[in-house]
Design a protein around this ligand. Structure first.
Ligand code: WQD
Length: 345
């Protein structure tokens, strides 16, 4: 089958990067991955091959290494596009080690954009986040909502990277860019071969739920039930990681096919539905048949109360819509956890 072209996925052995790589390969693209394995494992490349029967070429190095990055581009000057995931993404950790987050998340963005100018690569999709909105004044939140002061250095790096991309494009660089503002990605590929692989104690809700159900964690702590929401727990727009991955294919093809209306665009990538922590727990118990052990504790610093996406622009302009239900998300996360742990033993 003739390839549609070669795409670089940075962070391609990570959670969203690996799911996007699978979708790209299945759509006929050749994928090359750069990842420093700081928050993922090389066996994910084997799993991608197992799912697609095609092994993406994997380059293990840090995007801070400009010599290795330049050599990579010399070898891959035929790229038709870049999807940039590689970044540190733990909100709490970013408060503890901000300098690591600023170097690790911002300098690679600059290095890649400079390489794109040098090697005349035009199409760029950036992994942004709904974190840029903070606690929106109005819900659902649209792309035109004001970007508020970030709640963490992590969230700030997403805001700054959006500006770095936009300013570079506005300066006349021959680059077209799309920032995808993710809401809360959860779940796993139906094969159970790839999924969220947090190193250490999970920060995010779903991996903590599945590790608790598996017996790796004693109990889930629900961070507060005194919010101004129907059941008192925080509300988020959870989106299946495969729906999210598919949005990246639509975005990069919009640029490759020249269908973008502006040289810099941004889109909310959510479902448009908000679910509370208690509703996620209920969905997990219903979809898996597992009883979850949890207790309510104090609020977590930095958490916003509630957010969910206005998906109108993403649906109408981008031509993409999330399809999977919360039960499909929680069940697929559980299947991945069981498979992963079984393979470890
Ligand atoms: C979800 C809800 C917690 C853990 C973060 C980033 C965001 C994106 C997704 C990268 C909250 C509650 C959680 C637990 C709990 N990351 N919770 N007990 O904080 O909405 O978003 O991850 O792009 O940018 O900010 O996700 O999964 O940590 O929390 O009660 O053990 O679950 O309070 O209400 P969050 P999360």
């Amino acid at each position: 089958m003739s390839k549609k072209g070669k795409i670089l996925v940075t962070g391609g052995t990570g959670y969203i990067g690996s799911h996007t790589t699978v979708e790209l390969i299945e759509q006929g693209y050749e994928v090359v991955i750069i990842d420093n394995l700081s928050n993922s494992d090389a066996f994910i490349v084997d799993r991608i091959e197992q799912i697609t029967d095609i092994r993406p070429k994997f380059y293990e190095f840090d995007l801070l290494d400009t010599d290795k990055l330049d050599n990579f581009f010399k070898e891959n000057a035929d790229l038709v596009g870049i999807i940039h995931f590689a970044a540190a993404k733990a909100v709490g950790e970013s408060v503890e080690i901000p300098l690591h987050y600023y170097r690790n998340n911002l300098v690679p963005m600059i290095n890649i954009l400079e390489a794109m100018k040098k090697y005349k690569i035009e199409n760029f999709v950036f992994s942004s986040s709904c974190t840029v909105y903070g606690q929106p004044d109005e819900l659902p939140v649209t792309e035109n909502a004001p970007v508020k002061p970030a709640e963490s250095p992590y969230g700030y790096t997403k805001q700054v990277n959006e500006n770095i991309l936009n300013d570079t494009i506005k300066s006349g660089a021959n680059i077209k860019g799309i920032a995808l503002r993710y809401f809360n990605p959860i779940g796993a590929h139906h094969s159970g071969l790839i999924g969220e692989l947090p190193k250490g104690v999970p920060n995010n809700l779903l991996p903590f739920i599945t590790q608790t159900a598996y017996g790796l964690r004693k109990q889930l702590s629900v961070f507060g039930e005194d919010y101004n929401t129907p059941d008192g727990s925080c509300i988020r727009d959870y989106i299946h990681v495969v729906d999210l991955a598919k949005a990246h294919i639509v975005a990069i093809e919009r640029l490759i096919d020249g269908k973008n209306k502006n040289s810099y665009e941004m889109f909310n990538i959510g479902t448009g539905n908000g679910f509370s922590v208690f509703e996620v727990i209920k969905s997990f118990e219903q979809s898996t048949g597992e009883k979850l052990n949890y207790k309510v504790v104090a609020r977590r610093a930095g958490d916003i109360e509630q957010i969910w996406a206005d998906t109108t622009i993403g649906n109408n302009e981008l031509g993409w819509k999330a399809t999977k239900t919360l039960d499909e998300m929680t069940l697929s996360a559980w299947k991945w956890e069981q498979n992963y742990r079984k393979d470890l033993n």
